[in-house]
Design a protein around this ligand. Structure first.
Ligand SMILES: NC(=O)c1ccc[n+]([C@@H]2O[C@H](COP(=O)([O-])OP(=O)(O)OC[C@H]3O[C@@H](n4cnc5c(N)ncnc54)[C@H](O)[C@@H]3O)[C@@H](O)[C@H]2O)c1
Length: 380
């Protein structure tokens, strides 16, 4: 069988992960082309996949190549719309990193282009492939906990400083905000597990820890406070070691969102970027019981309501090795299978658009003091 030939746009951290995964661990895939704006990243890309691979600094050249069947877009968020549209318009299969785009209009253009192109279009929402959430979804779908009425998600982003405040992520123009950039994963899981989308949102949030009055061009290795700063980032490339307390930081780092989902499900999502630990709790409450996960113990627990007692069933989950509880590698394999089988992926663009719509509405709400914002479905 001929391999599916893959081009990757944006080949550093997340892109480099996809390059390695498709090159080494996914049968039936061949990485043939890479695009980036930084020479050193392209050099590393070729070191991984071989020096015959095509490289370019112009994504249009990669998209136009006849020997590229499918494209992974792993560039910063504000490029997803333009580059994703180019891939779809060229009739190539697309694996687009989350968030789908940083505006609802951008997502809707991608949905329309996908409808015209009829190719496989999946998102980097790899948590849908995490075995832990599959167990939770099966339990909810079986009716065991009754009719779902409430959903609470706590997202402890203990690596907030490390991943989000030393580079482009911390600036609204690049991401719209971190509820969209980071929260899109968990908001998507909330929609996915109960099979309902949010209809209205209200949020509070602010920049409570990061940001400040340090110069925008201050890098950790050059900082006079590097020996005492709790957020110092040494040993990383310059684009990833900007001061987390610099002036240009304008995204929030502490958020509380309340939502109503279809069928009146009451939901809450909390995301804080300066917690000591890094994990997420998903708690789903039905009329007969509740189900919740523990990332620390890799378990899913069902607690049922009884007349005078509680009874627990604990499911031990055994995920494969790898990022996102084993979800990432499963996503890569499913992308190739979906292309061969001409079927959609589990992490579909319509749902990804709805997660973006919630993030956009939540940012609008919190920047307007908590105003309630309706979440509309796309016209398509
Ligand atoms: N699904 C997930 O769990 C997950 C995890 C991490 C990152 N991501 C997503 O992956 C994307 C990249 O994040 P990252 O952490 O790898 O960022 P990064 O900054 O480490 O890497 C981005 C790469 O894109 C390149 N780049 C910059 N401008 C570009 C342009 N105009 N066109 C093409 N490439 C360009 C950079 O040189 C760099 O190589 C983001 O959208 C992020 O949300 C998703």
């Amino acid at each position: 069988m001929e391999p599916i030939r893959i081009g990757v746009i944006g080949v550093a951290s997340r892109g480099a992960y996809f390059v390695r995964e498709f090159h080494e661990n996914v049968e039936g895939a061949e990485v043939v082309a890479g695009m980036d704006v930084v020479d050193a990243h392209l050099d590393r890309f070729r070191d991984t996949v071989g020096h015959d691979a095509f490289v370019t600094k112009d994504y249009r050249e990669l998209v136009a190549r006849a020997d590229v069947d499918a494209v992974v877009v792993a560039s910063p968020d504000n490029f997803h719309e333009e580059q994703g549209l180019a891939v779809l318009e060229a009739g190539k299969h697309l694996l687009l990193e989350k968030p789908m785009a940083i505006t609802i209009e951008g997502c809707d253009k991608l949905l329309a282009a996908h409808k015209r192109a009829g190719v496989v279009f999946g998102l980097g929402l790899s948590m849908r492939y995490m075995p832990m959430f599959e167990v939770m979804k099966d339990i909810i779908d079986s009716g065991q906990i009754g009719d779902v009425k409430a959903y609470w998600c706590n997202h402890f982003v203990g690596k907030g400083g490390h991943f989000y405040f030393h580079d482009w992520h911390a600036v609204r123009d690049n991401t719209a905000g971190l509820l969209l950039q980071k929260g899109t994963h968990d908001i998507d899981i909330m929609h996915y597990l109960v099979g309902k989308f949010a209809t209205k949102v209200s949020a509070f949030g602010s920049l409570d820890y990061y940001g400040g009055d340090k110069p925008d061009d201050l890098h950790c290795p050059d900082c006079p406070e590097k020996d005492t700063c709790p957020e110092v980032q040494l040993g990383h490339p310059p684009h990833f070691s900007l001061c987390a307390f610099r002036r240009e930081v304008d995204v929030e780092d502490n958020h509380v969102v309340i939502m109503e989902l279809e069928d009146g499900i009451k939901a809450a999502y909390q995301e804080c970027h300066f917690t000591p630990d890094y994990h997420r709790d998903h708690i789903v409450i039905g009329t007969k019981g509740r189900v919740y996960n523990s990332e620390d113990y890799s378990t899913v627990t069902v607690r049922m309501r009884k007349r005078h007692a509680l009874s627990d069933t604990v499911h031990q989950v055994h995920p494969p090795e790898g990022e996102h509880g084993g979800g990432d590698v499963l996503l890569c394999r499913d992308f190739i299978d979906a292309i061969r089988e001409k079927r959609p992926l589990r992490n579909d663009p319509y749902s990804a658009r709805m997660a973006v719509a919630v993030g956009v509405a939540a940012h609008e709400s919190l920047r307007a003091g908590g105003k309630m914002i309706p979440v509309e479905r796309p016209a398509i």
